[in-house]
Design a protein around this ligand. Structure first.
Ligand code: PHE
Length: 338
C-alpha cells in the first residue's frame, strides 16, 4: 500500500528521475522482483490473495512507467516553448526594391536637386501626342524609327497607339502650361520588337525637358554632364555625337566613359571604353509652335534615356528579360541597395 501511494504520487522532473523510478520498482534488483522472491516462500493459502495484489501492483508500476516515459519524450519540448518567452521568434522575409525603381529614384533625386519636377502621362496615346506634335510628318519614314503597337489605325490623326516614348508627356505639359518648363518624365513605353536579351516589347524611359528664354546647347551639355557625375561618379567623361530626332534640332547622342570593369573586359562597352546612354537636342521650333509656345521668345532642350540601360550599366545586368520575369533570385540581389 505504501508503495502504491508512492507510485501514484510519483511525478518526475526529468528523465533521470524516471530512470531511478524504473530501477527502484521494475529493475532486476527492484522492489517488484524482490516481492516475487518473497512470494515463493508464502503458504498456498496466502498465495492466491497475495498473488493477485502483487500482479495488480506490477501492472500499476509498469503502466505508470510507460505513461511517464511517453510524457517525458514528447512533453518537455512543448512545455519549454510555452514557458520560454525569450526564445527568438520566426524571422520574416523583407522584400527588395526592383532595380528599375532604384535607378528611377536615383535619377529623380539628381534632377530634383536641379529644380526639375516629375510629370506623368497616359500609356495609351493618340497620334498627335506621340508623333504629329513632335514633328513626325505623316507617312514619313521617321515613324518607322519606332516600331509602334497600334490599337486603332486609320493612317492618320485618329490613330491610337501604345506610346513609343515619353516625349508625348512633354507635348502634354507644354500644351497645358506656360514656360518656363523644367521637368522629367519617367514611364513605361512600348515598341514592337522581338523579345531577346537585348530588346523587349516594353521598357522604361526618363525624358527631360527644359524650356525658357535663352536656353542654349551649353545648358544642355552642362546639365547632362552634371547628371552623369552624380550618377556614375566624379570624373566620368562624356562625349556627344551628332544624331537625328524629328523633334530636336540639332540632335545628339551622349556616351559616357565606361569604367565598370576598369578595362578588364566585361564588354558592356564592346571594348570601346564608351557606352551610349541617351539621346538629346534642342527642341525643334516646330514642336514649340505645335504646342502653342512662341519659338521666337523661348528655346529649350530635351533628352531621353532608357532606365534599363542605366540599370544594366550600374549593376552589370546583361539580359533585359530579367527585369520583367520577377525571379526572386534576381530581385533578392538588390536587397542591400534599398
Ligand atoms: N524620344 C527619344 C527616343 O525615344 C529620345 C529623345 C528624347 C531624344 C528627347 C531627344 C530628345 O528615342
Amino acid at each position: 500500500d505504501q508503495y502504491t501511494a508512492e507510485i501514484n504520487a510519483f511525478s518526475p522532473a526529468n528523465a533521470d528521475e524516471l530512470e531511478t523510478f524504473r530501477i527502484k520498482f521494475l529493475g532486476t534488483k527492484g522492489i517488484i522482483k524482490d516481492l516475487f522472491e518473497q512470494f515463493k516462500t508464502v503458504g498456498p493459502e496466502e498465495k492466491r490473495t497475495f498473488g493477485k495484489v502483487l500482479n495488480q501492483f506490477k501492472q500499476l508500476a509498469e503502466a505508470k512507467y510507460a505513461e511517464l516515459k511517453e510524457a517525458t519524450e514528447s512533453g518537455p519540448k512543448t512545455k519549454d516553448l510555452e514557458l520560454d518567452l525569450t526564445l527568438p521568434g520566426d524571422g520574416f522575409e523583407v522584400g527588395s526594391r526592383h532595380p528599375l525603381s532604384l535607378v528611377r529614384n536615383e535619377i529623380i533625386d539628381i534632377f530634383k536637386r536641379l529644380g526639375f519636377v516629375v510629370a506623368e502621362g497616359p500609356e495609351i496615346e493618340d497620334d498627335w501626342h506621340n508623333f504629329s506634335a513632335l514633328n513626325f510628318p505623316e507617312e514619313h519614314p521617321a515613324r518607322d524609327m519606332q516600331d509602334t503597337f497600334f490599337i486603332k489605325k486609320n493612317a492618320g490623326k485618329d490613330d491610337i497607339a501604345l506610346r513609343t516614348h515619353t516625349s508625348s508627356v512633354q507635348v502634354r505639359m507644354m500644351e497645358h502650361g506656360k514656360p518656363p518648363f523644367r521637368a522629367i518624365m519617367p514611364g513605361r513605353v512600348y515598341r514592337n520588337e522581338a523579345i531577346s536579351a537585348r530588346a523587349h516589347c516594353f521598357f522604361h524611359q526618363v525624358e527631360g525637358l527644359y524650356v525658357d528664354e535663352n536656353v542654349s546647347f551649353a545648358d544642355l551639355k552642362q546639365t547632362l554632364y552634371h547628371f552623369v557625375q552624380e550618377l556614375y561618379g566624379e570624373g566620368t567623361k562624356v562625349r556627344f555625337r551628332p544624331s537625328y530626332f524629328p523633334f530636336t534640332e540639332p540632335s545628339a547622342e551622349m556616351d559616357v566613359s565606361c569604367t565598370i570593369c576598369k578595362g578588364a573586359g566585361c564588354n558592356m562597352c564592346k571594348y570601346s571604353g564608351w557606352v551610349e546612354i541617351l539621346g538629346c537636342g534642342m527642341v525643334d521650333p516646330n514642336v514649340l509652335e505645335n504646342c502653342g509656345i512662341d519659338s521666337k521668345k523661348f528655346t529649350g532642350f530635351a533628352f531621353g534615356m532608357g532606365m534599363e540601360r542605366i540599370a544594366n550599366l550600374k549593376y552589370v545586368i546583361r539580359d533585359l528579360r530579367l527585369f520583367s520575369e520577377n525571379d526572386v533570385r534576381f530581385l533578392k540581389q538588390f536587397q542591400t541597395e534599398m
